[in-house]
Design a protein around this ligand. Structure first.
Ligand code: SF4
Ligand code: SF4
Length: 117
């Protein structure tokens, strides 16, 4: 990506939370999210996580559509205040072609860059 992401503004479209994929969570994140949801960690793990295919840690489960279990119908993250580091990292620290093509914030930034040039 050659865009200057310092001007990136999330458009809250939810498109990075919608496609099928892994949202890996650490033990520390499990502790925080379970506390935020007001439930014991064991219950959180049972209800909202699954073992990653490589069997190295847990991922958040998906809705039937493939969207993350915490994406609301209003495109909001139900655990925004304590969402996993992986979620915080997109698109600054990591990206992939599918998410990059669907992110409305990146689309807006590209349009603004194009207007300047
Ligand atoms: S935890 Fe929140 S930000 Fe992360 S994928 Fe799920 S809905 Fe999106
Ligand atoms: S896809 Fe981009 S604009 Fe949409 S919610 Fe995710 S980071 Fe924000």
């Amino acid at each position: 990506m050659t865009l200057d992401l310092s001007h990136f503004v999330c458009q809250c479209c939810g498109n990075c939370c919608r496609p099928h994929g892994l949202v890996r969570i650490t033990d520390a994140e499990i502790t925080k999210i379970a506390a935020f949801l007001g439930m014991p960690e064991a219950e959180f793990i049972d209800r909202y996580t699954a073992l990653c295919p490589d069997r190295r840690g847990l991922t958040l489960i998906e809705q039937e559509s493939g969207a993350c279990c915490f994406l609301t119908t209003e495109n909001r993250c139900r655990i925004q205040i304590c969402k996993p580091d992986q979620c915080k990292g997109f698109p600054d620290r990591w990206t992939d072609p599918l998410l990059e093509s669907q992110c409305m914030g990146l689309k807006k930034l590209r349009e603004e860059e194009a207007r300047k040039n």
